[in-house]
Design a binder for this molecule. Sequence first.
Ligand code: C5P
Length: 319
Amino acid sequence: MRADQKSSVTVRVPAKVNVSLAVGPIRGDGYHPVHTVFQAVSLYDEVTVSVSPTPGVRITVTGQDAHLVPTGSDNLAARAAQLLADRIGQTPAVDVVIRKAIPVAGGMAGGSADAAATLVACDLLWQAGLSRDQLTELAAAIGSDVAFAVVGGTAIGAGRGELLTPVLARGKYSWVFAVVDQGLSTPAVYGEFDRLTAGIPLPQPRVRDAVFQALRGGEPTELAPLLHNDLQPAAFSLRPELVELMRVGLACRALGGVVSGSGPTVAFLVRDYHHAMDLAVGLVGVECCLFSRYAYGPVPGVRVVEGPSDWDSRDGVIL
Ligand code: C5P
C-alpha cells in the first residue's frame, strides 16, 4: 500500500423517489423505455469499503431487513467493485460493509444506491481517479438506477433510466415514505405492467411539461397533483393492500401520494416535518404499513463521510 493510500473509505448514498415515471412498451432487450424525474431524498445507506489482505469482495449487510440482501457476487455492490477493478486492471481485495436504512426491494433504489456508493468508495480507495462521467458510465452498466444514485439532486432519466439530464428544481420537498412489509421484485412489477397493458398501444414515454414547471416554481402544492407513476397500477395489482394505504394517506391530508418506483413503498408529499408526523400517526392503523420515514429532497448523490457522521437527526427518521 502506498503511504498516501487510505485503508478504508466511508460514503453515504441517498434513496430516490420518482416524482413522475412514464413507461413505454417493452424493448427487444427486455427493458422498458422510461422517461422519469428522479429526486434524491435524505434517506441514506452508509457503505464502508476497507482494504483486505485476502483477494475478493466480501459483503456484510447490517440494519433494516439486512437478512434479505444477498451477500454473494449477485449483490450489486459486489458487481460494482469487480467492474471497477476490471476497468483498472486490478484484483479486488476489499471488505464492503453496508449499513441499510433504505427499504430493501422497496422501489427506492436501495441496491442501486449501494452499488453507486461502492463504486465511488473503491475509486477513492484504489486512487483510480475516474471522472464523474466515467463513473456514471460504469454505474449504468450495473443497473438502470445506479447512475442517478451517483449524481443525486433532481434529474430526468431516459433510456432505461440511466441517461441523465439535470433538472432545474427550486425548493425543498418533504416526504413521508410508508414502508410496507415484504418488498416487490422490479422485474415482477414490469411483468405485471406488460400484462395489464397487453394489446394497448403505448406512446413513447414522456413526463408532462407541467411537472418541470412545478419543479421550477418550487411549490410542493403545485407538484403534488402531478405526482405520477405508470407502474402504480401494476404495484396495486400485485399488492392490493397498497390501495388502502394510498387512500388513508390522502384522507389524512397528504398533499399527494405516489408509489415509489416499482413499489411497494408509498411516497406522500407533505408540507413539512410536523405535517409528516401528523400523517404518520394517521398511517399507524394501516395493516401493511410497517412504519413511516421522513425525508426531504433534493439532496446530492454519493458523499464521502469524513469523521463523525454529519447527518441531520431527522434524515430518514422513523416517525
Ligand atoms: O436495471 P436493473 O437491473 O435495475 O433492472 C432490473 C429489472 O427490472 C430488469 O431486468 C427488467 O426486468 C426491469 N426493468 C425494465 N425496464 C427498465 C428498468 C428495469 O424492464 N427501464
